[in-house]
Design a binder for this molecule. Structure first.
Ligand code: ADP
Ligand code: LRH
Length: 488
C-alpha cells in the first residue's frame, strides 16, 4: 500500500495529512496539527523555524507509530518568506515574517529607481510590500552578503530533511524576481537587490524528486523511510491543484489566513489593465498561472478572536455573525491598517468612527462586519477578474478553512450572482498529495486529480439568492471604496 504524506503549513496552523487511494477514492487522515504564528525577536516579527521542523518530525514519528514504514512526502507553506543560510546550511537567524514592518515603505523606495511598469512587465507579479524582492531590499546587507544561500521556507524545510537544496518554481514566483519570458530568475532584478546569481539554489519544477529523508540527521525521532517530492510548494498553488473544479468557467477562492481570488490560466496576463488592478500571475504546477488578487482574508477574524482572548471558537464567531443584522458598516478589508495592527478590534472601530458609520461592538457585530465586507470584496473582485480576463465565470470554488463559513459562502454567491461550490477544507494538503501522486504515476494528470477530489469529498453547493437590496448594498459599497481612495 503506497502512503503519501502532505506537510502543509499555513500562517495560522500546520498539519501532516496521510493519504492513499482505496476503492478509487482518495482517503485522507490528519495525523498531526500544530499552531503557527510569528513572534517578536531582535526587533522583528519572526517565524520559529526550528519548532516548525520539530513539528514535522513529531508528525512523521506519528506516521511511523501508526505502523507505516515507508512514505512519499511533500511540503508546502505560505509564500514570500525565506531563510538565509551559511556554508554549512545553518540558518543565520530565524526568518522574518512578511507581516514585519520593515518593508512598509519598500515598494515606494525601490520603485523610485525601478519603475513599476518595468517590474510588472518583467514579472507579472502584483505589488505587495512583503514580496521577497522588497524583503531582500530591506535585508541587513552584511548578513545578505554573508549568506551562502537564500532558501524559501518550504525549500529550507526540504533541505533540512534531505540535505538537497532547490528553489521550487511556484513559490519562487512570489519573490517577484522570476522573469516571465525567460522562466528563470531575472539577473537584473537580483543585482538590483544585491543578490548573487548563486544564492538561490537551482530552480526546479513542481513534482520533481528532491531526495530521501536522512533519518540519521534526527536520531531522537523514530521515522519512516520517506522519498521527498518538491510539490507545488506555495500553499496557494497546492490549494488550486486541490480544487475540485469542473469545466473551464470556474474561478477559485482559496480562503484561509488570506483570501486568494482568481482564475487558472495557461498564459500570463500582464497587460496594463492587470497592472492597474494589481492582479498577479503566480506560477502554478504544470506550466499554469494563477491570475489572482490577495484579499486580507480571515486574518482579520483570527486577530479578532485573539483580541477576545480566544473566548470564542471560529464556528461560534460565525454562528454569532449569522444571528446579527448585516451590512451596517463598510470597511475596505485590504486597507493597510488591517495588515498588522496592535489591536484589530480597536482598528475596525476606529475606522467605523472615522467614516461615521455604525461602530460594531459585540463579537457577533464584529465578525458580521468582517464576513459582510469580505463577501462584498469577493463580489467586486470577481467582476473585475471577469472583465480583465474577458471571461464570464459560472462557478466559484471556495476551498480552505473559510469554506466552512456558510454565511460567507451564501453572501458571496448572492452578491456575486454566481454558483458556489464549497470544499474541501483541506484542499491545500490534497493538492500537495495529488502532485506527489502524479509524480509517482498513481494519478494520471490534474484533470484526473480533480475528478478524484469530486468523488472523494462531500462538497456543498450554494445558489445565488438575488435581491434588490443586495444589489444596492454592492453598489453602495463600490461607491464607498471609490470615496475612500479619493480621500487618500
Ligand atoms: P491557513 O492555512 O492560511 O493558516 P486555513 O485554511 O487553515 O488557513 O483556514 C483557517 C481559517 O478558517 C480560520 O482562521 C477560521 O477563520 C476559518 N475556519 C476554519 N474552520 C472553521 C469553522 N468550522 N467555522 C468557521 N471558520 C472556520
Ligand atoms: C497564503 C499565502 C499567499 C501569500 C501569503 C504570503 O498562505 O501563501 O498566497 O500571498 O501567504
Amino acid at each position: 500500500m503506497h502512503v503519501f504524506v502532505a506537510v502543509d503549513i499555513g500562517a495560522s496552523s500546520g498539519r501532516l495529512v496521510m493519504a492513499q487511494i482505496s476503492d478509487q477514492k482518495l482517503k485522507t487522515t490528519e495525523i498531526h496539527r500544530f499552531k503557527n504564528g510569528f513572534f517578536r525577536e531582535d526587533g522583528h516579527d519572526r517565524w520559529n523555524i526550528d519548532q516548525i521542523l520539530k513539528e514535522i518530525l513529531i508528525g512523521l514519528e506519528k506516521v511511523k507509530r501508526a505502523g507505516i514504514s515507508k512514505v512519499t512526502l511533500g511540503i508546502d507553506t505560505w509564500a514570500v518568506d525565506y531563510v538565509l543560510t551559511d556554508k554549512d546550511g545553518h540558518k543565520l537567524q530565524n526568518p522574518i515574517s512578511y507581516r514585519d514592518a520593515r518593508t512598509q515603505n519598500a515598494i515606494h523606495e525601490l520603485t523610485s529607481t525601478l519603475p513599476k511598469e518595468y517590474l510588472y512587465e518583467k514579472t507579472g507579479i502584483q505589488f505587495q510590500n512583503f514580496n521577497t524582492l522588497y524583503q531582500l531590499y530591506e535585508e541587513d546587507q552584511s548578513e545578505l552578503r554573508q549568506a551562502d544561500k537564500i532558501m524559501m521556507i518550504p525549500d529550507y524545510l526540504g533541505f533540512q530533511l534531505t540535505g538537497n537544496a532547490v528553489t521550487e518554481v511556484t513559490n519562487a514566483s512570489t519573490t517577484q524576481m522570476l522573469n516571465l519570458r525567460k522562466r528563470l530568475f531575472d539577473s537584473d532584478l537580483m543585482a538590483d537587490v544585491h543578490v548573487r546569481d548563486d544564492q538561490f539554489p537551482k530552480l526546479v519544477e513542481s513534482g520533481t524528486i528532491l531526495g530521501q529523508l536522512q533519518k540519521e540527521r534526527f536520531p531522537e525521532y523514530e521515522l519512516p523511510d520517506a522519498t521527498v517530492v518538491t510539490v507545488a510548494s506555495h500553499d496557494t498553488a497546492s490549494a488550486v491543484i486541490g480544487t475540485p473544479a469542473e469545466g473551464d468557467k470556474w474561478a477559485f477562492l482559496s480562503s484561509g489566513t488570506w483570501s486568494l481570488l482568481g482564475a487558472e490560466t495557461n498564459v500570463p496576463e500582464n497587460s496594463l489593465a492587470a497592472f492597474h488592478a494589481n492582479y498577479t500571475n503566480e506560477w502554478g504546477a504544470y506550466g499554469t498561472y494563477r491570475f489572482l488578487k490577495n484579499i486580507m482574508g480571515l486574518w482579520i477574524i483570527q486577530r479578532i478572536k485573539a483580541d477576545l482572548n480566544d473566548q470564542y471558537s471560529f464556528p461560534e464567531l460565525a454562528d454569532m455573525a449569522q444571528k446579527t443584522p448585516g451590512f451596517r458598516t463598510f470597511i475596505n478589508v485590504n486597507d493597510e491598517r488591517f495588515e498588522n495592527p496592535t489591536n484589530m478590534i480597536d482598528e475596525i472601530q476606529a475606522y467605523a468612527r472615522e467614516t461615521k458609520q455604525f461602530v460594531p461592538q459585540t463579537p457577533g457585530e464584529l465578525a458580521r462586519t468582517v464576513y459582510d465586507n469580505l463577501a462584498l470584496c469577493y463580489a467586486a473582485e470577481l467582476g473585475q477578474l471577469s472583465q480583465i480576463l474577458k471571461q464570464p465565470f459560472e462557478t466559484l470554488n471556495i476551498v480552505g478553512g473559510g469554506s466552512n463559513v456558510e454565511l460567507l459562502n451564501q453572501l458571496t454567491s448572492s452578491l456575486a450572482n454566481i454558483n458556489v461550490v464549497a470544499g474541501p477544507t483541506e484542499a491545500t494538503a490534497i493538492g500537495n498529495i495529488l502532485v506527489q501522486m502524479i509524480s509517482t504515476g498513481d494519478v494520471k494528470n490534474v484533470q484526473a486529480a480533480r475528478a478524484l477530489i469530486r468523488t472523494s469529498y462531500p462538497l456543498k453547493k450554494y445558489v445565488p439568492q438575488k435581491s434588490q437590496q443586495l444589489e444596492q448594498v454592492l453598489a453602495q459599497y463600490k461607491q464607498f471604496l471609490t470615496q475612500q481612495s479619493e480621500q487618500k
